[in-house]
Design a protein around this ligand. Structure first.
Ligand code: 13P
Length: 283
């Protein structure tokens, strides 16, 4: 099996992106795996700190490993937005394939130091392990919100990107360039593709990650991929599909108490969203 790094090398050359989907239930994970196998594309699945707390670090690793073993398909488990040394280390120790150490809210120097510490630890355990860092302030939560204010100072700075990558050894970089987490109902979100272009110029070898893949226009996501994004994270649209199907299910059959029956529409709705996203990222 090729490493995640090798899959990123291939996807970069092809000017496509690897999809990254968050889960906190076994049926969401199953939906992502089945769609990735069906479309024959690599996939990253992930737990945030909150999702990992609910699922369990060792349990998330065991679940993903069971799918890796069963399918032989490239499925990689990421610890998404892990914000401290303790949680990043817990994910690495549990056997996650990769980690996003998100110290973007810290002062720049502290972000550099913590990211480097996680990169060094990960490499000491497995030299092939790729670590992601984050620059800029990505506002919002993975839920539906009316508006999310974005300030120009939140954006990732090209002059920091080169320095950050050199000092930390991070091989994927999450950047804020107009994206937010979640979906807004009273605001259109737009990506600053010129800023993306400037960052690509200074760190051409780094895999740039688009977070907040929900609620963006498909053509902007495609343009961002053509301009150098190689990884797109999606959570809110998947959560909404799961939630909305569940509400509909309980409305139509309030007395259904068998989880594998009342969860089936949610699992199917999740597959549909994941399929559309993977098709968009690899077209
Ligand atoms: P959305 O919830 O906006 O899709 O963002 C997810 C994300 O970036 C997870 O890292």
């Amino acid at each position: 099996m090729k490493t995640l790094k090798e899959y990123f090398q291939e996807i970069k050359l092809a000017k496509k992106a690897i999809g990254h989907f968050n889960f906190s239930t076994a049926d969401q994970l199953r939906a992502f795996v089945e769609v990735a196998v069906e479309l024959n594309v690599p996939v990253m699945v992930a737990t945030s700190e909150g999702e990992a707390k609910f699922v369990g670090y060792e349990q998330a690793v065991a679940l993903v490993k069971s799918w890796q073993d069963k399918t032989g398909h490239p499925i990689f488990l990421n610890a998404d937005h892990h914000k401290s040394w303790e949680t990043a280390k817990a994910a690495i120790d549990a056997g996650y394939d990769t980690v996003l150490i998100d110290a973007s809210k810290m002062p720049y120097q502290e972000n550099v130091e913590l990211t480097k510490k996680v990169v060094d630890y990960a490499k000491s355990k497995n030299p092939d392990m790729m670590i992601e860092g984050e620059l800029g302030y990505l506002r919002g939560e993975s839920e539906v919100q009316a508006k999310v204010e974005i300030k120009p100072e939140d954006y990732a700075k090209p002059e920091e990107a080169r320095d950050f990558v050199e000092k930390t050894g991070a091989e994927r970089l999450a950047i804020a360039f107009g994206n937010i987490h979640g979906i807004t109902t009273e605001q259109d979100m737009h990506l600053d593709l010129d800023l993306l272009g400037k960052i690509v110029e200074v760190v051409p070898e780094t895999n740039l990650v688009l977070h907040g893949g929900s609620g963006l226009l498909d053509n902007e996501v495609s343009d961002a991929i053509k301009r150098g994004i190689t990884n797109v994270h999606v959570n809110t649209e998947l959560r909404m599909a799961y939630h909305d199907a569940l509400v509909k299910q309980f409305t139509s059959e309030p007395n259904q108490t068998t989880p594998y029956k009342f969860l089936k529409p949610s699992y199917e709705a999740t597959k549909e969203v994941a399929r559309k996203k993977l098709e968009l990222f690899t077209r």
